[in-house]
Write a protein of this length. Structure first.
Length: 147
C-alpha cells in the first residue's frame, strides 16, 4: 500500500495559488484523527479486533470524498470561519464509481450490493463535519501557511 505524496515544492505552488486566488477562503482544515478513524471504521478499512488493535482491510476499493460546504445564515458575510469540510467514506461499485456511504444514497444497481450493505450498516448519517478551518487552527510555521 503506497500513499500518493507530492513534492513539497509542488504543494507550495498549489497552496500559494489557492491562497492568492481565494484570499477570503479557508487555507486548510484541521481533521481530528478520531473523526478520520471513525470514517475509516465506517468504511470497514479499519476493523477493530477483539484484542483492541486494528486490522486494515478493504483499502483497494474504498476512499474518502471531501465536500466543501458553508454554514451561515443569509445575512452573515462569507468568511473562512463559516466554511466546512464534509468527509464521507466511499466504496467502489461494479461500474468503478466510488459511491458515497451516506444515508439516502441511491442504489448502485450492482449485483454485489456492496454500497447498499455499507449504507445499511451506518450508525448515523455517514457525513463527518470537520469544522476547524484555518485561519482559526493554522500552523504558522508550515511552509504551506503563507507560501
Amino acid at each position: 500500500m503506497k500513499a500518493k505524496q507530492i513534492d513539497l515544492e509542488d504543494a507550495i505552488i498549489y497552496a500559494r495559488k489557492w491562497q492568492e486566488e481565494n484570499p477570503t477562503h479557508a487555507k486548510a482544515f484541521l481533521i481530528p484523527s478520531n473523526d478520520l478513524i471513525a470514517c475509516l471504521e465506517e468504511m470497514n478499512v479499519l476493523v477493530k479486533q477483539d484484542d483492541g488493535h486494528y486490522a486494515i482491510e478493504n483499502v483497494t476499493d474504498s476512499g474518502v470524498r471531501a465536500y466543501m460546504a458553508i454554514k451561515k445564515s443569509k445575512n452573515d458575510p462569507p468568511s473562512a470561519k463559516t466554511e466546512k469540510l464534509l468527509i464521507v467514506g466511499t466504496v467502489k461499485d461494479c461500474n468503478g464509481i466510488y459511491r458515497d456511504i451516506i444515508e439516502d444514497e441511491k442504489s448502485s444497481g450492482c449485483p454485489d450490493e456492496e454500497t447498499e450493505k455499507a449504507v445499511a450498516a451506518l450508525e448515523g448519517s455517514g457525513v463527518f463535519d470537520f469544522t476547524s478551518p484555518c485561519p482559526s487552527t493554522c500552523d504558522p510555521n508550515s511552509p504551506l501557511y503563507n507560501p
